[in-house]
Structures are given as structure tokens and as C-alpha cells.
Design a protein around this ligand. Structure first.
Ligand SMILES: Nc1ncnc2c1ncn2[C@@H]1O[C@H](COP(=O)(O)OP(=O)(O)OP(=O)(O)O)[C@@H](O)[C@H]1O
Ligand SMILES: [Mg+2]
Length: 222
């Protein structure tokens, strides 16, 4: 069966010579095509875990096999491709480029994949339609509400048809009404487009929306 299998994952940070262990031999297996919510105290290692899964950071040891790819043994070049083709990332503070329109922001991952401007704009428009913002295509981020900016960021994250979406506190900067809307949108897209979402949240209501709910505690997921 296709799954995400994590075995004995370890990660520490060092302050001078002092070792701060964050992930302590973390082992867990997740089925694919689910919404997985991750909760846990501040500083427990949730973001560290997401960075390692999405290839932004490296573990000290351990193995991650994601959709049959052992990402812990990829070369830098392969990791770049993996991130470009299989992964979408959504941030708490949206991370849109302020001087670009919605259409251009959503087109960026496609340009990086080598698509022509015409094709990129066509795919980006489809993605903006999927998040319900086809009428905001030429707006800049400063001309959009917080909820709309996050929907643009979601359009950007899904534009390459990723297998995995990593969302670290995607509603952390939104009011409860917009949080609810973003959660519903992510869940709908996850089912429609059949990807896995890993969603970190401090909000128990959002945590409860996960098909699978885990808590980061003492360097492990429970
Ligand atoms: N680059 C780094 N260098 C040193 N220590 C770090 C670094 N990044 C994170 N840490 C430490 O590792 C621990 C885990 O951090 P992490 O950001 O993963 O926590 P988190 O669960 O995401 O917390 P929050 O809920 O506040 O976002 C913390 O104690 C943090 O101070
Ligand atoms: Mg964090």
C-alpha cells in the first residue's frame, strides 16, 4: 500500500556545543490521500518535522519513504525536483510576492518548471478558479483580504498538481470565519485532487478536522 513511512527520524539543533534534541527517533506510518493534522506545544518540533518532510531541511538520521521515494537518500538535485513536482507549501503569512499580481504569483512554480508564459497563465487561471478567486486575477496582495491572500497562496501550492501539501499554521493569521473557509477549501481540494495534506495548527477545532490527528510530544508523534 502507498504510504508515508518514517523510521527512527532524529534531529537536533546545537547551541554552541549544547545539543538540543528536537525529534527523538520518531517512527510512524501514514496512509496517503488524507488530511493529517499535527498539534503540540510551541517548540515541540512541528515546524522542524514539516521542514524535513518537505525537503527544506535534513534529518540527522532516520529514513523517510514518501510515495515510494526514499527522500532521505536523495541528492540535492533530486530534492529540488521532488520539491518542485511533488510538493506544495502553504505558510502562515502567505509569502506572496507583493509586487506581483495573483496570476503571476500563482505562475511562479510553473515558470520554475519551465512552462511558457501562455501555458503557465492558463494553468494558473484554472488554479485560481479552483480556489474561487478568478475575479481577483490582476489584484496585487495588498489589494486582497487576508483570507483571499491565503487562497491565492493555496492556488500557488496546488498549481503543479502536488502529491503532498504542507501547511504550517495556514489559518494562524486569519479570523475564525476565514479560518473555517480555508479549512473547508483545503479539505475539498484534498478530496478532489487526491493529495495528502499535513497541517500544523494550534487551533483544536481545526485539529479535529483531520482524518488522522497526531500530537508532537517529547520528540515523538502520538
Ligand atoms: N535553526 C534552529 N537553530 C536552533 N534551534 C532551533 C532552530 N529551529 C528550531 N529550533 C528549536 O527547536 C525546537 C523546535 O522548534 P520548531 O520550530 O520545530 O517548533 P514548533 O513546534 O514548530 O513550535 P511553534 O508551535 O512555536 O511554531 C525549539 O526549541 C526551537 O527553539
Ligand atoms: Mg512552528
Amino acid at each position: 500500500m502507498m504510504s508515508l513511512k518514517i523510521s527512527e527520524l532524529k534531529k537536533s539543533y546545537f547551541l554552541g556545543t549544547e545539543e538540543i534534541p528536537v525529534l527523538k527517533s520518531l517512527s510512524i506510518e501514514f496512509p496517503l490521500n488524507k488530511m493529517i493534522t499535527i498539534m503540540g506545544a510551541s517548540g515541540s518540533g512541528k515546524s522542524t518535522f514539516m521542514h524535513i518532510l518537505s525537503g527544506v531541511d535534513k534529518a540527522d538520521s532516520g529514513k523517510i519513504v514518501l510515495d515510494q521515494i526514499e527522500i532521505t537518500s536523495l541528492t540535492e538535485k533530486e530534492i529540488t525536483l521532488y520539491r518542485r513536482e511533488k510538493i506544495g507549501i502553504i505558510f502562515q503569512f502567505f509569502n506572496l510576492l507583493p509586487y506581483l499580481s495573483s496570476l503571476e504569483n500563482v505562475s511562479i512554480p510553473l515558470y520554475l518548471s519551465g512552462l511558457s508564459k501562455i501555458l503557465a497563465h492558463k494553468k494558473a487561471t484554472e488554479s485560481l478558479i479552483a480556489v474561487g478567486l478568478e475575479n481577483r486575477i490582476h489584484h496585487k496582495p495588498s489589494e486582497l483580504s487576508g483570507g483571499e491572500q491565503q487562497r491565492i497562496a493555496i492556488a500557488r501550492a496546488i498549481v503543479n498538481d502536488p502529491k503532498f501539501i504542507f501547511a504550517d499554521e495556514p489559518t494562524g493569521n486569519l479570523d475564525s470565519e476565514n479560518s473555517e473557509k480555508i479549512l473547508t477549501l483545503l479539505k475539498t481540494l484534498q478530496v478532489e485532487k487526491k493529495f495528502s495534506i499535513f497541517l500544523v495548527t494550534h487551533n483544536p477545532e481545526i485539529g479535529r478536522a483531520g482524518d488522522i490527528q497526531v500530537i508532537m510530544k517529547d520528540g515523538n508523534l502520538i
